[in-house]
Write a protein that binds this ligand. Structure first.
Ligand code: MG
Length: 279
């Protein structure tokens, strides 16, 4: 390289190995490693793409029934889902009916609710009297905590009671309510606790997004699965991925996922890039 080159203010010409102009537009929020992982996944014969909903495709709201998807999110998922040998699933902690309602997603996108335990055909294991009694007790105890915490409320799910403290403005009260739930009903025999962002969910059935991803992979015979999520509940999904799978964490925070993107719009762009690559 000559001294003239180093002093020149003009940018260098494209290198010979720059992508051809026909390649999908470069997406600046993908690391080279993630871009390569997506190319590899797009080329696999059978692919599963599983996506969390809240915080991954839809911004958080105080009223969960108004957590509408980000612009383009569901259309992009649908475009992917219509590609051959491509299974696309929404994998949410919400109950399945609420997930369908708020997301507007329809077949061929697969909807899996209640942290992976609720499928199109319903739940795997029906409830007995003990299960019903335990669920009622969880409602009562979490309800008492919510009643003494302005802004908190308890959501009823088919297999769980959920304390929501996001709308609680007093941060000390928010933490106190969470601590009370964790010290009280969360310690009952036979319950399964999932603590998310401003949420304590106490269930009478074990549910795991990891098991749900495995089921999707098995059904599809998928060589590669991609799983995208933002919350601590998604870590059980990331932890169960195989070496060839692609875990993508949305936003900050510790994670077992191998890759990360910054925010919800970046997820939508990533799904678009994947659909372009596979289409
Ligand atoms: Mg989420």
């Amino acid at each position: 390289m000559s001294a003239d080159d180093t002093a020149s203010p003009t940018p260098p010409p494209p290198t010979p190995d720059a992508p051809p102009a026909t390649a999908p537009a470069a997406t600046p929020d993908l690391t080279p490693e993630l871009a390569e992982a997506l190319r590899r996944a797009a080329a696999t014969p059978n692919l599963v793409v599983a996506c969390d909903y809240d915080g991954t495709l839809a911004p958080f709201t105080d009223d969960p029934t108004r957590a509408h998807p980000a612009p383009g999110a569901i259309a992009t998922l649908a475009r992917l889902a219509e590609l051959p040998r491509t299974t696309v699933a929404l994998l949410s902690g919400r109950n399945r009916a609420a997930l369908a309602e708020v997301s507007g997603a329809t077949a061929p996108v697969v909807l899996v609710g209640s942290h992976g335990s609720e499928w199109e055909g319903g739940f795997d294991a029906p409830f007995d009297d003990d299960d019903n009694a335990l669920l009622a007790r969880l409602h009562t105890e979490l309800g008492e905590i919510a009643q003494s915490t302005a802004g908190a409320h308890v959501e009823s799910k088919p297999t769980a009671a959920v304390l929501h403290v996001r709308p609680v403005e007093d941060l000390a009260a928010r933490e106190r309510a969470t601590a009370q739930a964790m010290a009280g009903p969360a310690t009952l025999d036979g319950v399964f606790v999932t603590q998310g962002k401003n949420v304590v969910e106490i269930a009478v059935r074990e549910a795991s997004k990891g098991a749900a991803i495995e089921r999707l992979v098995e059904q599809a015979g998928a060589e590669v699965a991609i799983f995208i999520g933002d919350d601590v509940t998604d870590e059980r999904g990331f932890a169960r991925l195989r070496p060839q799978d692609v875990g993508i964490k949305v936003g900050e925070g510790e994670t077992a996922a191998g890759h990360r993107v910054a925010d919800i719009p970046a997820v939508v762009r990533l799904l678009g890039t994947l659909a372009d690559l596979r289409g």
